[in-house]
Design a protein around this ligand. Structure first.
Ligand SMILES: Cc1cc2nc3c(=O)[nH]c(=O)nc-3n(C[C@H](O)[C@H](O)[C@H](O)COP(=O)(O)OP(=O)(O)OC[C@H]3O[C@@H](n4cnc5c(N)ncnc54)[C@H](O)[C@@H]3O)c2cc1C
Length: 429
Protein backbone atom coordinates (compact mmCIF):
# COMPACT_ATOMS: atom_id res chain seq x y z
CA UNK A 1 0.00 0.00 0.00
CA UNK A 2 1.28 3.49 -0.79
CA UNK A 3 2.59 5.55 2.12
CA UNK A 4 0.68 8.61 3.32
CA UNK A 5 2.52 11.91 3.85
CA UNK A 6 0.51 14.57 5.69
CA UNK A 7 1.76 18.14 5.42
CA UNK A 8 0.55 20.81 7.85
CA UNK A 9 0.61 24.16 6.04
CA UNK A 10 0.00 25.29 2.46
CA UNK A 11 2.63 28.05 2.34
CA UNK A 12 6.04 28.12 0.66
CA UNK A 13 7.41 25.23 2.76
CA UNK A 14 4.35 22.98 2.59
CA UNK A 15 3.73 23.42 -1.15
CA UNK A 16 7.42 23.01 -2.03
CA UNK A 17 7.64 19.76 -0.02
CA UNK A 18 4.44 18.38 -1.57
CA UNK A 19 5.54 19.16 -5.15
CA UNK A 20 9.02 17.68 -4.62
CA UNK A 21 7.47 14.51 -3.17
CA UNK A 22 5.02 14.20 -6.06
CA UNK A 23 7.87 14.58 -8.60
CA UNK A 24 9.98 11.95 -6.83
CA UNK A 25 7.23 9.36 -6.20
CA UNK A 26 4.00 9.36 -8.19
CA UNK A 27 2.46 6.62 -6.02
CA UNK A 28 2.61 8.49 -2.69
CA UNK A 29 -0.61 9.65 -1.05
CA UNK A 30 0.00 13.30 -0.14
CA UNK A 31 -2.40 15.45 1.89
CA UNK A 32 -2.01 19.15 2.65
CA UNK A 33 -3.93 20.32 5.73
CA UNK A 34 -4.17 24.11 5.86
CA UNK A 35 -6.94 26.36 7.15
CA UNK A 36 -5.92 29.31 4.99
CA UNK A 37 -7.62 28.50 1.66
CA UNK A 38 -4.91 30.05 -0.51
CA UNK A 39 -1.20 29.99 -1.14
CA UNK A 40 0.16 33.48 -0.52
CA UNK A 41 3.46 34.85 -1.79
CA UNK A 42 4.54 36.35 1.54
CA UNK A 43 7.44 38.47 0.17
CA UNK A 44 4.87 40.62 -1.65
CA UNK A 45 2.80 41.43 1.46
CA UNK A 46 4.64 44.77 2.02
CA UNK A 47 3.72 45.60 -1.61
CA UNK A 48 0.10 44.66 -0.90
CA UNK A 49 0.10 47.03 2.10
CA UNK A 50 1.24 49.89 -0.13
CA UNK A 51 -1.39 49.06 -2.78
CA UNK A 52 1.32 48.09 -5.28
CA UNK A 53 -0.20 44.60 -5.65
CA UNK A 54 -3.76 43.28 -5.53
CA UNK A 55 -4.62 40.30 -3.29
CA UNK A 56 -5.52 38.20 -6.40
CA UNK A 57 -2.09 38.96 -7.97
CA UNK A 58 -0.14 37.23 -5.22
CA UNK A 59 -2.42 34.45 -3.98
CA UNK A 60 -3.59 31.15 -5.49
CA UNK A 61 -6.65 29.24 -4.14
CA UNK A 62 -5.57 25.77 -2.98
CA UNK A 63 -8.83 23.87 -3.48
CA UNK A 64 -8.58 23.92 -7.31
CA UNK A 65 -4.80 23.83 -7.49
CA UNK A 66 -3.76 20.82 -5.43
CA UNK A 67 -6.03 18.10 -6.96
CA UNK A 68 -4.41 18.87 -10.37
CA UNK A 69 -1.21 17.35 -8.98
CA UNK A 70 -2.94 14.48 -7.19
CA UNK A 71 -2.50 16.14 -3.80
CA UNK A 72 -5.44 15.93 -1.38
CA UNK A 73 -6.44 19.13 0.37
CA UNK A 74 -8.13 19.44 3.78
CA UNK A 75 -9.24 23.08 4.26
CA UNK A 76 -8.80 23.11 8.03
CA UNK A 77 -5.96 23.72 10.43
CA UNK A 78 -4.29 20.92 12.32
CA UNK A 79 -5.22 21.27 15.98
CA UNK A 80 -3.16 18.53 17.62
CA UNK A 81 -0.55 15.92 16.81
CA UNK A 82 -0.39 12.48 18.43
CA UNK A 83 3.15 11.43 17.54
CA UNK A 84 2.95 8.08 19.36
CA UNK A 85 -0.05 6.98 17.28
CA UNK A 86 0.93 8.72 14.00
CA UNK A 87 -2.18 10.84 13.64
CA UNK A 88 -3.29 14.42 13.68
CA UNK A 89 -6.62 15.95 14.61
CA UNK A 90 -8.03 18.91 12.69
CA UNK A 91 -10.06 21.80 14.10
CA UNK A 92 -13.34 20.03 13.21
CA UNK A 93 -12.22 16.91 15.11
CA UNK A 94 -11.32 14.86 12.01
CA UNK A 95 -8.48 12.37 12.66
CA UNK A 96 -5.96 11.78 9.89
CA UNK A 97 -3.38 9.01 10.11
CA UNK A 98 0.03 9.44 8.56
CA UNK A 99 3.15 7.44 7.80
CA UNK A 100 5.17 10.68 7.61
CA UNK A 101 4.24 14.11 8.94
CA UNK A 102 5.78 17.35 7.65
CA UNK A 103 5.13 20.38 9.87
CA UNK A 104 5.25 23.53 7.74
CA UNK A 105 2.76 25.81 9.50
CA UNK A 106 4.84 28.97 9.44
CA UNK A 107 4.95 31.03 12.63
CA UNK A 108 2.58 32.11 15.33
CA UNK A 109 3.01 35.90 15.51
CA UNK A 110 3.89 37.28 18.94
CA UNK A 111 3.13 40.97 19.40
CA UNK A 112 5.39 41.18 22.45
CA UNK A 113 5.42 44.94 23.12
CA UNK A 114 2.51 46.28 25.20
CA UNK A 115 -0.11 47.81 22.88
CA UNK A 116 1.62 46.52 19.73
CA UNK A 117 -1.30 44.47 18.43
CA UNK A 118 -3.78 47.24 19.22
CA UNK A 119 -1.97 50.38 18.04
CA UNK A 120 0.65 49.18 15.56
CA UNK A 121 0.36 47.41 12.21
CA UNK A 122 2.03 44.42 10.54
CA UNK A 123 2.71 43.11 7.03
CA UNK A 124 3.12 39.47 8.10
CA UNK A 125 -0.14 38.16 6.67
CA UNK A 126 -2.20 39.25 3.67
CA UNK A 127 -5.02 40.22 6.06
CA UNK A 128 -2.66 42.48 8.07
CA UNK A 129 -1.32 44.01 4.87
CA UNK A 130 -4.86 44.81 3.64
CA UNK A 131 -5.69 46.40 7.00
CA UNK A 132 -2.54 48.52 6.75
CA UNK A 133 -3.48 49.51 3.19
CA UNK A 134 -6.71 51.05 4.55
CA UNK A 135 -4.86 52.81 7.38
CA UNK A 136 -2.36 54.24 4.90
CA UNK A 137 -5.15 55.77 2.79
CA UNK A 138 -6.35 57.68 5.88
CA UNK A 139 -2.75 58.53 6.77
CA UNK A 140 -1.99 60.09 3.37
CA UNK A 141 -4.91 62.50 3.93
CA UNK A 142 -3.40 63.69 7.20
CA UNK A 143 0.22 62.50 7.50
CA UNK A 144 2.55 62.59 10.51
CA UNK A 145 5.62 60.80 11.90
CA UNK A 146 6.07 57.07 11.23
CA UNK A 147 7.98 54.42 13.19
CA UNK A 148 9.05 51.20 11.47
CA UNK A 149 11.00 48.51 13.26
CA UNK A 150 11.36 45.25 15.13
CA UNK A 151 10.72 44.24 18.74
CA UNK A 152 13.14 42.02 20.76
CA UNK A 153 13.36 38.40 19.61
CA UNK A 154 12.54 39.16 15.95
CA UNK A 155 14.25 36.98 13.34
CA UNK A 156 12.68 38.40 10.17
CA UNK A 157 13.93 41.98 9.69
CA UNK A 158 13.82 42.20 5.87
CA UNK A 159 10.14 43.26 5.62
CA UNK A 160 10.74 46.13 8.09
CA UNK A 161 13.60 47.54 5.97
CA UNK A 162 11.55 47.06 2.83
CA UNK A 163 8.52 48.76 4.28
CA UNK A 164 10.57 51.79 5.42
CA UNK A 165 12.20 52.15 1.98
CA UNK A 166 9.00 51.55 0.05
CA UNK A 167 6.99 53.97 2.19
CA UNK A 168 9.67 56.60 1.52
CA UNK A 169 9.23 55.96 -2.22
CA UNK A 170 5.43 56.13 -2.06
CA UNK A 171 5.45 59.33 0.02
CA UNK A 172 7.82 60.96 -2.47
CA UNK A 173 5.53 60.00 -5.34
CA UNK A 174 2.59 61.58 -3.50
CA UNK A 175 4.55 64.77 -2.72
CA UNK A 176 4.23 64.06 1.03
CA UNK A 177 7.73 62.93 1.98
CA UNK A 178 8.75 66.30 3.49
CA UNK A 179 5.80 66.05 5.92
CA UNK A 180 6.71 62.63 7.34
CA UNK A 181 9.60 61.86 9.72
CA UNK A 182 10.43 58.14 9.38
CA UNK A 183 12.32 56.44 12.25
CA UNK A 184 13.57 52.83 12.12
CA UNK A 185 13.86 51.32 15.63
CA UNK A 186 15.34 47.85 16.01
CA UNK A 187 16.57 45.15 18.37
CA UNK A 188 19.44 44.42 15.95
CA UNK A 189 22.79 45.55 17.43
CA UNK A 190 23.28 47.71 14.32
CA UNK A 191 21.29 48.40 11.17
CA UNK A 192 22.11 45.90 8.45
CA UNK A 193 22.60 43.06 10.98
CA UNK A 194 19.43 41.41 9.60
CA UNK A 195 19.60 38.59 12.18
CA UNK A 196 22.51 37.28 10.14
CA UNK A 197 25.39 39.00 11.95
CA UNK A 198 25.52 41.29 8.89
CA UNK A 199 26.21 40.19 5.32
CA UNK A 200 29.44 41.68 3.95
CA UNK A 201 29.08 45.46 4.00
CA UNK A 202 25.35 45.38 4.89
CA UNK A 203 25.88 47.70 7.89
CA UNK A 204 27.53 50.47 5.83
CA UNK A 205 25.13 49.95 2.96
CA UNK A 206 21.96 50.15 5.09
CA UNK A 207 23.28 53.19 6.97
CA UNK A 208 23.98 54.91 3.63
CA UNK A 209 20.58 53.96 2.24
CA UNK A 210 18.82 55.31 5.33
CA UNK A 211 20.92 58.50 5.33
CA UNK A 212 20.28 59.10 1.60
CA UNK A 213 16.55 58.75 2.24
CA UNK A 214 16.50 60.84 5.41
CA UNK A 215 15.33 57.87 7.52
CA UNK A 216 16.54 58.12 11.16
CA UNK A 217 17.60 54.93 12.90
CA UNK A 218 17.95 53.71 16.48
CA UNK A 219 19.52 50.26 16.96
CA UNK A 220 20.27 47.92 19.89
CA UNK A 221 17.14 48.91 21.83
CA UNK A 222 14.01 47.17 23.09
CA UNK A 223 10.64 48.49 21.95
CA UNK A 224 8.51 47.94 25.07
CA UNK A 225 5.25 49.77 24.43
CA UNK A 226 3.14 51.23 21.64
CA UNK A 227 0.57 53.95 22.30
CA UNK A 228 -1.74 55.57 19.75
CA UNK A 229 0.69 58.47 19.26
CA UNK A 230 4.11 57.13 20.31
CA UNK A 231 6.49 54.18 20.44
CA UNK A 232 8.40 53.69 23.71
CA UNK A 233 11.76 51.92 23.83
CA UNK A 234 14.45 51.13 26.37
CA UNK A 235 18.23 51.19 25.95
CA UNK A 236 20.58 48.56 27.40
CA UNK A 237 20.71 50.44 30.74
CA UNK A 238 16.92 50.34 30.98
CA UNK A 239 16.51 54.08 30.31
CA UNK A 240 13.22 54.85 28.52
CA UNK A 241 12.70 57.04 25.46
CA UNK A 242 9.73 57.79 23.26
CA UNK A 243 9.32 58.61 19.58
CA UNK A 244 6.08 60.28 18.45
CA UNK A 245 4.23 58.61 15.62
CA UNK A 246 0.97 58.71 13.77
CA UNK A 247 1.51 55.27 12.26
CA UNK A 248 3.82 52.38 13.12
CA UNK A 249 4.68 49.04 11.50
CA UNK A 250 6.61 46.75 13.85
CA UNK A 251 7.71 43.20 13.09
CA UNK A 252 6.45 40.68 15.70
CA UNK A 253 8.46 37.78 17.13
CA UNK A 254 7.83 34.32 15.68
CA UNK A 255 7.13 31.16 17.66
CA UNK A 256 5.66 27.74 16.86
CA UNK A 257 1.83 27.53 16.84
CA UNK A 258 -0.17 25.49 19.41
CA UNK A 259 -0.39 22.47 17.10
CA UNK A 260 3.38 21.98 17.44
CA UNK A 261 3.25 22.35 21.23
CA UNK A 262 0.51 19.68 21.32
CA UNK A 263 3.06 17.10 20.16
CA UNK A 264 5.04 17.50 23.40
CA UNK A 265 8.55 18.61 24.37
CA UNK A 266 10.27 16.06 22.14
CA UNK A 267 8.81 17.77 19.06
CA UNK A 268 8.34 21.37 20.24
CA UNK A 269 11.42 23.27 21.41
CA UNK A 270 10.50 24.31 24.99
CA UNK A 271 11.87 27.85 24.42
CA UNK A 272 9.88 28.85 21.34
CA UNK A 273 7.60 25.88 20.49
CA UNK A 274 9.22 25.52 17.08
CA UNK A 275 9.86 22.05 15.64
CA UNK A 276 13.06 20.41 16.90
CA UNK A 277 14.97 19.13 13.87
CA UNK A 278 18.39 17.69 13.17
CA UNK A 279 20.68 18.58 10.25
CA UNK A 280 18.37 16.71 7.86
CA UNK A 281 15.26 18.47 9.22
CA UNK A 282 13.97 15.28 10.81
CA UNK A 283 12.77 15.23 14.41
CA UNK A 284 15.41 13.30 16.39
CA UNK A 285 12.82 11.45 18.54
CA UNK A 286 9.98 10.79 16.11
CA UNK A 287 11.85 9.93 12.96
CA UNK A 288 8.74 10.08 10.74
CA UNK A 289 8.17 13.75 11.66
CA UNK A 290 9.95 16.51 9.73
CA UNK A 291 9.92 20.30 9.89
CA UNK A 292 10.13 22.74 6.97
CA UNK A 293 10.14 26.55 6.90
CA UNK A 294 9.80 29.24 9.51
CA UNK A 295 8.36 26.80 12.08
CA UNK A 296 11.69 24.97 12.48
CA UNK A 297 14.02 25.69 15.41
CA UNK A 298 17.32 27.03 14.10
CA UNK A 299 19.92 28.50 16.44
CA UNK A 300 20.65 32.24 16.15
CA UNK A 301 23.66 33.13 13.99
CA UNK A 302 25.22 34.88 17.01
CA UNK A 303 24.25 36.12 20.48
CA UNK A 304 23.22 39.77 20.43
CA UNK A 305 22.79 42.14 23.45
CA UNK A 306 19.04 42.16 22.77
CA UNK A 307 17.88 38.76 21.53
CA UNK A 308 17.47 38.33 17.77
CA UNK A 309 16.93 35.16 15.72
CA UNK A 310 18.15 33.89 12.36
CA UNK A 311 15.76 34.58 9.47
CA UNK A 312 14.48 31.63 7.46
CA UNK A 313 14.34 33.01 3.97
CA UNK A 314 12.62 31.59 0.90
CA UNK A 315 15.77 30.04 -0.53
CA UNK A 316 16.52 28.28 2.78
CA UNK A 317 12.94 27.01 2.90
CA UNK A 318 13.10 25.62 -0.65
CA UNK A 319 16.33 23.83 0.31
CA UNK A 320 14.67 22.38 3.45
CA UNK A 321 11.70 21.20 1.36
CA UNK A 322 13.98 19.47 -1.15
CA UNK A 323 16.04 17.74 1.57
CA UNK A 324 12.94 16.58 3.47
CA UNK A 325 11.29 15.19 0.31
CA UNK A 326 14.47 13.29 -0.60
CA UNK A 327 14.80 11.94 2.94
CA UNK A 328 11.20 10.71 3.07
CA UNK A 329 11.45 9.04 -0.34
CA UNK A 330 14.79 7.40 0.58
CA UNK A 331 13.33 6.16 3.85
CA UNK A 332 10.45 4.54 1.97
CA UNK A 333 12.92 2.93 -0.48
CA UNK A 334 15.10 1.72 2.42
CA UNK A 335 18.00 3.76 1.07
CA UNK A 336 20.42 5.00 3.77
CA UNK A 337 21.19 8.27 1.91
CA UNK A 338 20.08 11.36 3.80
CA UNK A 339 20.30 14.99 2.67
CA UNK A 340 20.78 18.24 4.58
CA UNK A 341 19.84 21.66 3.18
CA UNK A 342 22.78 23.98 2.57
CA UNK A 343 20.86 26.90 4.15
CA UNK A 344 21.93 29.77 1.91
CA UNK A 345 20.18 33.12 2.38
CA UNK A 346 19.14 35.63 -0.25
CA UNK A 347 17.55 38.86 1.03
CA UNK A 348 16.36 41.47 -1.46
CA UNK A 349 15.02 44.67 0.05
CA UNK A 350 12.83 46.35 -2.55
CA UNK A 351 13.00 50.14 -2.38
CA UNK A 352 10.43 51.03 -5.04
CA UNK A 353 12.74 52.35 -7.75
CA UNK A 354 15.70 50.10 -7.00
CA UNK A 355 16.55 47.32 -4.53
CA UNK A 356 19.43 46.13 -2.35
CA UNK A 357 20.25 42.41 -2.30
CA UNK A 358 22.46 40.27 -0.06
CA UNK A 359 23.56 36.68 -0.48
CA UNK A 360 25.14 34.63 2.34
CA UNK A 361 26.29 31.05 1.72
CA UNK A 362 25.98 29.34 4.08
CA UNK A 363 23.92 31.33 6.57
CA UNK A 364 26.03 30.21 9.55
CA UNK A 365 29.55 31.71 9.40
CA UNK A 366 32.24 31.06 8.30
CA UNK A 367 30.75 31.74 4.88
CA UNK A 368 32.14 30.56 1.57
CA UNK A 369 30.41 33.32 -0.42
CA UNK A 370 29.07 36.76 0.46
CA UNK A 371 27.66 39.06 -2.21
CA UNK A 372 25.74 42.30 -2.24
CA UNK A 373 24.28 44.54 -4.92
CA UNK A 374 22.16 47.67 -5.08
CA UNK A 375 20.71 48.42 -8.49
CA UNK A 376 17.59 49.35 -10.42
CA UNK A 377 17.60 45.92 -12.08
CA UNK A 378 17.39 44.28 -8.63
CA UNK A 379 13.96 45.90 -8.22
CA UNK A 380 12.83 44.38 -11.52
CA UNK A 381 14.48 41.09 -10.62
CA UNK A 382 12.46 40.88 -7.39
CA UNK A 383 9.20 41.60 -9.27
CA UNK A 384 10.09 39.03 -11.95
CA UNK A 385 10.97 36.47 -9.27
CA UNK A 386 7.51 36.92 -7.74
CA UNK A 387 5.87 36.08 -11.09
CA UNK A 388 8.28 33.17 -11.62
CA UNK A 389 7.54 31.73 -8.15
CA UNK A 390 3.79 31.99 -8.65
CA UNK A 391 4.22 30.27 -12.03
CA UNK A 392 6.12 27.45 -10.29
CA UNK A 393 3.28 27.02 -7.80
CA UNK A 394 0.64 27.03 -10.55
CA UNK A 395 2.59 24.57 -12.70
CA UNK A 396 3.32 22.09 -9.90
CA UNK A 397 7.07 22.18 -10.47
CA UNK A 398 8.90 23.91 -7.64
CA UNK A 399 12.44 22.83 -8.56
CA UNK A 400 12.84 23.09 -12.36
CA UNK A 401 16.20 21.65 -13.49
CA UNK A 402 17.25 24.98 -15.07
CA UNK A 403 16.87 26.74 -11.70
CA UNK A 404 19.09 24.18 -9.97
CA UNK A 405 21.71 24.55 -12.74
CA UNK A 406 21.56 28.37 -12.65
CA UNK A 407 22.05 28.46 -8.87
CA UNK A 408 24.95 26.05 -9.15
CA UNK A 409 26.65 28.03 -11.93
CA UNK A 410 25.99 31.57 -10.70
CA UNK A 411 26.19 31.20 -6.92
CA UNK A 412 27.85 27.82 -6.31
CA UNK A 413 24.73 26.64 -4.44
CA UNK A 414 23.61 22.99 -4.71
CA UNK A 415 20.58 23.31 -2.44
CA UNK A 416 21.13 20.07 -0.50
CA UNK A 417 24.13 17.91 0.29
CA UNK A 418 24.54 14.27 1.22
CA UNK A 419 24.84 14.09 5.01
CA UNK A 420 26.76 11.23 6.62
CA UNK A 421 25.54 12.01 10.14
CA UNK A 422 22.12 13.61 10.55
CA UNK A 423 22.51 14.24 14.28
CA UNK A 424 23.58 17.77 15.12
CA UNK A 425 22.00 21.13 14.68
CA UNK A 426 20.57 22.48 11.39
CA UNK A 427 23.06 24.16 9.10
CA UNK A 428 26.11 22.28 10.44
CA UNK A 429 26.42 19.41 7.94
C1 LIG B 1 6.19 39.96 5.38
C2 LIG B 1 7.24 38.97 5.05
C3 LIG B 1 8.04 39.17 3.94
C4 LIG B 1 9.03 38.24 3.62
N1 LIG B 1 9.81 38.49 2.54
C5 LIG B 1 10.75 37.60 2.18
C6 LIG B 1 11.54 37.84 1.03
O1 LIG B 1 11.42 38.87 0.37
N2 LIG B 1 12.46 36.89 0.69
C7 LIG B 1 12.62 35.75 1.42
O2 LIG B 1 13.45 34.93 1.05
N3 LIG B 1 11.89 35.51 2.53
C8 LIG B 1 10.95 36.39 2.93
N4 LIG B 1 10.19 36.15 4.04
C9 LIG B 1 10.47 34.95 4.87
C10 LIG B 1 9.81 33.64 4.38
O3 LIG B 1 10.15 33.40 3.05
C11 LIG B 1 8.31 33.67 4.52
O4 LIG B 1 7.95 33.88 5.87
C12 LIG B 1 7.63 32.37 4.06
O5 LIG B 1 6.28 32.64 3.78
C13 LIG B 1 7.71 31.25 5.07
O6 LIG B 1 7.16 30.08 4.53
P1 LIG B 1 6.51 28.94 5.45
O7 LIG B 1 6.01 27.90 4.53
O8 LIG B 1 7.45 28.56 6.51
O9 LIG B 1 5.29 29.66 6.17
P2 LIG B 1 3.99 30.38 5.51
O10 LIG B 1 4.27 30.86 4.13
O11 LIG B 1 3.55 31.34 6.55
O12 LIG B 1 2.94 29.20 5.38
C14 LIG B 1 2.42 28.52 6.48
C15 LIG B 1 1.03 28.03 6.15
O13 LIG B 1 0.58 27.16 7.20
C16 LIG B 1 -0.74 27.51 7.58
N5 LIG B 1 -0.97 27.12 8.99
C17 LIG B 1 -0.79 27.84 10.11
N6 LIG B 1 -1.14 27.12 11.19
C18 LIG B 1 -1.55 25.92 10.73
C19 LIG B 1 -2.06 24.75 11.38
N7 LIG B 1 -2.23 24.67 12.69
N8 LIG B 1 -2.40 23.69 10.59
C20 LIG B 1 -2.24 23.75 9.25
N9 LIG B 1 -1.78 24.83 8.59
C21 LIG B 1 -1.44 25.90 9.33
C22 LIG B 1 -0.77 29.03 7.38
O14 LIG B 1 -2.09 29.50 7.30
C23 LIG B 1 0.01 29.17 6.08
O15 LIG B 1 -0.83 28.96 4.99
C24 LIG B 1 9.21 37.07 4.42
C25 LIG B 1 8.41 36.89 5.55
C26 LIG B 1 7.44 37.83 5.86
C27 LIG B 1 6.60 37.61 7.09
Amino acid sequence: MSKHVVILGGGIGGIATAYNLRRMDSSLKITIVSGRPYFGFTPAYPHLALGWRKFEDITIPLANLLPKFNIDYVPENGESIDPDNNKIRTTSGKEIEYDYLVIATGPKLVFGAEGQEQYSTSVCTAEHALELQKKLEEFYADPGPVVVGAIPGVSCFGPAYEFAFMLHHELKKRGLRHRVRITYITSEPYVGHLGLGGVGPSRRLMEDLFAERSINWIANVKITKVEPDKVIYEDLEGKQYEVPCKLSMLMPRFMGPEVVASAGDKVANPANKMVIVNRCFQNPTYKNIYGVGVVTAIPPVEQTPIPTGAPKTGMMIEQMALAVAKNIVNDIKNSADRYAPELSAVCIADMGGDAAGFFAHPVLPPRATVKHKKAVWMHWFKSAFEKYFLWKVKSGNISPFFEEKALELLLGVHGVRLCKDCSGSPGTC
